[in-house]
Design a protein around this ligand. Structure first.
Ligand SMILES: *Cc1c(COP(=O)(O)O)cnc(C)c1O
Length: 371
């Protein structure tokens, strides 16, 4: 099956193979293996060993995002949230339920946040200490570039929290160039092409030490994850981890480095996304985003207006042809969401486009443009 979804992504067989072995997280051999992974993760985030640390938590990305919000934004305090899609709404919800006060900074969900709009929101909210940025908004496919927004946040003397989950490892970001950044958050199962099971935060030690006691949660306290590593060693865990997934992530990092790291991965995904976007347009679909705003992670097109259109049937027929795409959408209007990430390349995208064309013919969908 070819998976074209924004996580868990298609993985390479070498990554999956290591999951077959039973291992114990506290075993000395695995401790050493895990301890050696942490500086590599810092490096991928563009952090500086000794200044920044990698803090893994077993679980999904949302849990890691909540851990970041809890750790760096004290309870009862406000944070601005760059809002141009549903993943921002998710951050707003989890921050609210954690007792923080999110303030959305809105822009159309078909466009990236502009530095001007963010500047205006910062000016209007002098009491807000933090800005949360959804770097690649998985709801729509737009990219809010922290390399553009970060300096605005820095100049205003505020702090940045990056939900980099969907684009981390592909989109360029170097923590060392962002003194305003408290934390960058991502998972094992998106652009780093590992298996699901782990979230990661990379954060400066100085900030973790300053934020002790904020979290109001033991399980999700990144400052406590840090303290535990200092006291018990960098190969130790607080609780039972998804240990096989972590070992697989080590293999995924080997493959990432062998491919050429971030520039190579971005180039492959960009090519995938371009071929996908152009191919869908050629088939008659209306893209959700203008091409200039189309990020490399996920492509959304409006569902066709044809009377024969049946979304569920389309997804099922595509699955029968060996291509799995999301059976839901995250845009206000009905769309089809197809990811360009994972262990896939141009030939896989071309295969998927051929299956889409055949499925549309089978369903007798002539009117493919937006309703
Ligand atoms: C995938 C994703 C997450 C995390 O999703 P989980 O299902 O919790 O792993 C968070 N933010 C963004 C932008 C994502 O794409």
């Amino acid at each position: 099956m070819l998976l074209l979804i924004p996580g868990p992504v298609q993985t390479r067989p070498e990554v999956r193979a290591v999951m077959a072995e039973d291992i114990a997280p506290w075993d000395d051999d695995f401790r050493a293996e895990y301890a050696a992974m942490r500086p590599r993760i810092v490096k991928i985030a563009g952090g500086v060993e000794g200044r920044d640390v990698a803090l893994p938590l077993p679980g999904c990305g949302h849990m890691m995002v909540e851990a970041a919000v809890r750790t760096f934004v004290p309870a009862g305090q406000k944070l601005l949230v760059v809002r141009n899609g549903q993943y921002a709404d998710r951050l707003i919800r989890l921050a609210t339920e954690a007792g923080r006060i999110p303030i959305p900074v809105r822009c159309p969900d078909t466009e990236p946040m502009t530095p001007e709009a963010l500047q205006a929101a910062l000016d209007a909210n002098p009491d807000v200490t933090h800005v949360a940025v959804i770097v690649s908004e998985t709801g729509t496919g737009v990219v809010n570039d922290p390399n553009i927004l970060g300096p605005v946040i820095a100049k205003a003397g505020r702090r940045m929290i990056c939900d980099a989950v969907s684009g981390f490892g592909a989109l360029p970001f170097r923590l060392s160039e962002h003194p305003e950044c408290d934390v960058v958050v991502f998972t094992s199962n998106k652009c780093l092409e590992g298996l699901p099971g782990f979230g990661f935060a990379v954060a400066p030690i100085e900030r973790l030490e300053a934020c002790k006691g904020n979290a109001g949660s033991w399980v999700m306290d990144l400052a406590d994850v840090y303290k535990h590593a200092v006291v018990n060693g960098w190969g130790s865990f607080r609780f039972t981890p998804a240990v096989q997934s972590l070992r697989a992530f080590g293999i995924a990092m080997d493959l990432y480095e062998a491919e050429g790291g971030q520039p190579a991965r971005l180039a492959r995904y960009r090519r995938n996304a371009d071929v996908l976007y152009d191919g869908l347009v050629a088939l008659g679909f209306t893209p959700y985003l203008e091409k200039r705003h189309q990020g490399p992670i996920i492509v959304n097109v409006h569902q066709p207006r044809d009377p024969n259109w049946d979304f569920k049937r389309f997804i099922t027929l595509m699955k029968g042809r060996g291509v799995l795409i999301s059976n839901f959408w995250n845009t206000p209007e009905p769309t089809i969401r197809i990811a360009a990430i994972g262990a896939i390349e141009e030939k896989d995208i071309r295969f998927a486009l051929a299956q889409i064309e055949a499925t549309l013919a089978e369903m007798r969908i002539g009117q493919r443009a937006a309703a």
